[in-house]
Structures are given as structure tokens and as C-alpha cells.
Design a protein around this ligand. Structure first.
Ligand code: GDP
Ligand code: ZN
Length: 281
């Protein structure tokens, strides 16, 4: 089997409840996957050098999750609100409880991110500032993790593994600066790992990625995953409104009246632009 086609047969995902047969030699086979309460996914990444030309399929990253922690950092990689918004769309479309972690707070001497912290808090997200170096925010994270299945996801190098190592020193996860494995064709499959860290607490570490493309989202649905748009969407003139150019759009009016942050609307438009029209369900 050619490795670059592995993602086509990713059937079970981390977090799934499965029935399986185990052989004496430790190998086995899964013969049933229970229905997932929820799952997060993305569009399978483009594979450099691969001859595969078909539709890019859905890649399930993890399932049956309670908390989704979107991890970002102040520098290296530099904070980028549009990346957060993309992850939020993934989390919201999966109906997950989303948290925003801003790591490497020790590098934010000038408190550059207070504005973003405020924006996301006003929209209704819990923002946790952390530093794996100075331990700021570690107790908060630890409290939120308890008794839940938690997934941490974000770009490479934001400090997911460092944070988990600090909270659970026994994990001993490998940390490194910037992962390049995604650029090589054969290793582009997402392999997340779930760790049981306590009787009923689980954390899922996910390989960092460079970019995220939400899967299977239609243009007219995207606005539903920007939670502050929701009170306005129902007042748009057309129920297929994409809040871009349509007359009688209540979202555009809310942006003009400064009831929706322009930064979020800008993110929305950028994402809208990347969604292909011809998604088949
Ligand atoms: P991951 O790819 O998200 O798992 O990121 P890693 O945990 O491997 O961390 C990437 C790099 O960022 C490593 O060199 C870490 O030492 C560094 N790092 C992680 N957390 C912090 C932090 O809070 N502050 C600073 N200054 N560096 C950090
Ligand atoms: Zn509209």
C-alpha cells in the first residue's frame, strides 16, 4: 500500500469507542465503531508530490470530546487572529465547547494581546493566558481539564506539548521548535494521541499544523459558526444570505453599526472566500 493514500482509509479516530478482536500476538482488528457524540475534522491537507488528484476528503482528528482548546502563542509563531477564527469555525461546527489559550505570555512584555483577549471575551469565549516557562495560567488549565476529555490543537510550535508536559510531567512529550513533517508527503496524516492523565481526565495531543481548512462547510452556513453573528442572521432578508454583498443583510448592518467587531467580519470574509462552491454532501 502506498503511504500517501493512507488518509483515505482512516476509519477509526482517536476518542472512538470501538469493539475489537485481539489476537494472541497483540495484533487485532476493529469490527465496530460506536456512533460519535461529536468529532472534529479538517480537509485532508494537500500532499506535495502526491499523484492523488481527487476531492480532498474529510480527515477526522478526534472524537467524543468535551473541551476544545485552541492553542496560540504571542510570538514564534506570531499571534494571528485569523488562525484562531478558523479553529473556532471547526470547533463551533462540531458544537464543541471552545477555549482560547494564548501561550508564551512571558514574551508579551508590552501586553500586546489585551485587546484580543477582550474581543474574544466579549464574544463569549474563555481566554486563558499561559506560559509554559513561568507557569502562568497552568492552574486554570489544569482545573478546566479535570474530569473531561480535552483536545489541544493549534499551529506547530505554539507550545501544546510544553504545556501538557508542565501540567503532567509524566507525559514527557517531545517538544521542538517548528515541525516540518507536514511538508513531506508521506507524513501528512494527522495522528493525535490521547492520554489518560487521571481517573476520568483525558488529554489529546495533536500534531501541530501550519494551516487549517474546515471541511464540509457551505457558504451560507459559515456565519452560524461566528457566534456573535447569530442574533443578526435571522434578520437577513434572504435565508441563504452569505453576509457578503446581499441586500438587506443584517450582519453587514451590524458591522456598520459597530455591533460586530470588524476584525471578525474580516476573518469571516477571508474564510468565505476560501470555501469552494461545489461541496458535495
Ligand atoms: P507544539 O508544537 O505546539 O507542541 O510546541 P512545543 O511544545 O514543541 O514548543 C515549541 C517551542 O516553544 C519550544 O522551543 C518550547 O520551548 C517553546 N515554548 C513553549 N511554551 C513556551 C512559553 O510559554 N514561553 C516561551 N518563551 N517558549 C515556549
Ligand atoms: Zn446576511
Amino acid at each position: 500500500m502506498k503511504k500517501d493514500k493512507l488518509y483515505l482509509i482512516d476509519i477509526a479516530a482517536v476518542g472512538d469507542y470501538v469493539d475489537y478482536d485481539l489476537n494472541d500476538d497483540g495484533t487485532g482488528s476493529i469490527f465496530n465503531i460506536e456512533k460519535r457524540d461529536n468529532y472534529i475534522s479538517r480537509k485532508a491537507p494537500k500532499i506535495k508530490g502526491s499523484s492523488y488528484r481527487g476531492e480532498r476528503l474529510e480527515q477526522i482528528v478526534a472524537s467524543n470530546i468535551d473541551n476544545f482548546f485552541i492553542v496560540t502563542s504571542i510570538f514564534s509563531p506570531e499571534f494571528n487572529n485569523k488562525v484562531i477564527d478558523r479553529f473556532l469555525v471547526v470547533g463551533e461546527s462540531a458544537k464543541l465547547k471552545c477555549f482560547i489559550v494564548i501561550n508564551k505570555e512571558d514574551l508579551d512584555q508590552e501586553n500586546l494581546l489585551s485587546e484580543w483577549e477582550e474581543i474574544y471575551s466579549i464574544i463569549g469565549y474563555k481566554v486563558i493566558r499561559t506560559s509554559a516557562k513561568t507557569h502562568i495560567g497552568m492552574d486554570k488549565l489544569n482545573e478546566l481539564f479535570k474530569g473531561k476529555k480535552n483536545i489541544l490543537w493549534g499551529q506547530s510550535g505554539v507550545g501544546k506539548s510544553s504545556l501538557l508536559n508542565k501540567i503532567y510531567p509524566g507525559l514527557n512529550l517531545k517538544t521542538k521548535l517548528i515541525s516540518t513533517f507536514n511538508e513531506k508527503g508521506t507524513h501528512s496524516t494527522v495522528t493525535s494521541t490521547m492520554f489518560k492523565v487521571d481517573k476520568d481526565t483525558f488529554v489529546i495531543d495533536t500534531p501541530g499544523i501550519r494551516e487549517i481548512e474546515p471541511y464540509g462547510i457551505r457558504k451560507e452556513d459559515l456565519g452560524h459558526y461566528f457566534r456573535e453573528f447569530l442574533p443578526y442572521i435571522k434578520n437577513c432578508k434572504f435565508n441563504t444570505c452569505t453576509h457578503f454583498h446581499e441586500p438587506g443583510c443584517a450582519v453587514i448592518r451590524a458591522v456598520e453599526e459597530e455591533e460586530i467587531f470588524p476584525e471578525r467580519y474580516d476573518s469571516y470574509l477571508k474564510l468565505l472566500d476560501t470555501i469552494e462552491q461545489d461541496i458535495i454532501f
